[in-house]
Design a protein around this ligand. Sequence first.
Ligand code: GLY
Length: 607
Amino acid sequence: MSMIWRNLVGSAALLALAACNQSTPTPAPEPVLDAQPELDIPAWPHGAMVAAADPRAVQAGLDVLAEGGHAVDAAIAVHAVLGLVEPQSSGLGGGAFMLVYLRESGETLVYDGRETAPAAATSELFIKDGEVMGFLPAWQSGRAVGVPGAVALYKAAHDVHGSSEWARLFAPAIELANEGFEVSPRLGGYLANERLRSVMRLDEPGSAAAAYFYPGDSPVAIGTKLQNPAYAEALSEVAALGPPAFYTGPRAQRIVAAVTEDAEPGAMTLDDLRDYTVELRPPLCGDYRNYTICSAPPPSSGGVTQPAIMGLYERIKGVPAGLNQLRDLGHWVNAQRLAYADRDHYVADPDFVPVPAADLINPDYLDARFQDVGDPARAEPPGDPGAVLARGPMIDLWGRDTTEEGGGTTHISIVDLEGNAVSMTATVESPFGNSVLVDGFLLNNELTDFARDPMKNGLPVANAPAGGKRPRSSMSPSFVFASDGELVMVTGSPGGNSIIAYVSKTLIGVLDWQMSAQEAIDLPNVIARGETVGVETSAPDGEIWAEHLRSEGYQVTERAGENSGLNVIVVREDGLEGGSDRRREGVALALAPPEPERELPAPESDN
Ligand code: GLY
């Protein structure tokens, strides 16, 4: 494990990368990578791959990689296109966590571009007239808008890793926005969905969102060629000027106006935008058999939950012979139930509250925690890593979590021609964020990822709102490494708090059940959080799995139309194997390794 993030630990590198606090493009931040000895790294023989939610975005990324671009360059190009063609999931008005793996040094870095509460926010952010606001009114409000992190994240990661020209990365999205893109069945389906229309204000008469998505009060139909010149202009200015084109000046003023003039206004100011920072954090990594699993640390949940689920699963399962999915299902469900309970209780923004993140995946804690598996019909309570590891009990530090989460998110997995990789999950929180369109992009409503009720049983909740705090995320962009440190897998998914279960399914499927990436993605989704176990019975084998879990005593909720959007790359000996979730519209496309340069035969002599 230590190989993966050795240098970051040493530098305690919680380096805050200033997104933008001047009117000129942001200077390159001091690289945090320690000097590396010259290593004799063999050439990467596997080619490159991009797996993401839309083929047009994937192509934009592949084109960047074909020119020799870094995985980070490709991720920016992919995400800029997704903000146009998949606006319901993410965009410039939202945030993201990006894991970057650098093959030459073996390091993994995490760029935290999470949306952030305005400085003036308090724990009462969602308290109105003495009552906790309902989920939907909170969702569709200015109060829910966090300071967006995506553009600052692009720049912070590009400054350190990018090899393509910054402006080039936005060209495919700008072209598509100007020329028009075909509205996909998923986007068109969302817009036509009456239930969604009834709980959102995307079609509010007179709004920019209504003019764009509901011209003449009708949803834009599937297959329509839709132009977004405002988005093209926003991207062109970001391409020319960098983050200042977003975080300062007229665009920042328009964002602040949209938030503060909302019928339910938020407190965002120009200073909040100008002062937004990307945090560079070390990943959290834990071992599962001969593998190391790394994911994003708090305020994300991936780094706590993915290693914890796999570590608990290994301990609960032991070493029975042979493959047997039905036998293992309950072990995986139990591992999920324990890990979700811990994450719900403890994970929040570590810059504001003490989060025992490393303790929650400490092998000594997992050795004790797996023995807590209890009655399958009842919710598992959280464990107490402080008590187990003799650091002092900490379970009563916090009231039980009250957070509810939405699912407007996307995931991008990339391996470049040098073997570097990106695992990036990006979001605007609920589908279409808070429904307010500014300059062709939607504002997020990420702050509803805080617990709206800041107190429970007289105790503060760890994930309560506060000024400058980042809401807890379930996003779990992840890498898997072999014991020699080589990359094995890139994985991640959208899906609100089910993300944790979705991503875990791909780890179990590929690493334990020896499946291909696509086979693992196609498995039924199983979400084991709280009292019930959600099973996707609409998927093949889903009914059998549900019945089996019922027979073991679990309270099973049958679910259909799961919202996973897994995009996975597995490194095999003979190349990269990709998988993309058929529940959405993504693809995984490969780029062959460049032909080795052949020596030309010496010209034959005439004499
Ligand atoms: N908004 C989804 C998440 O951050 O978990």
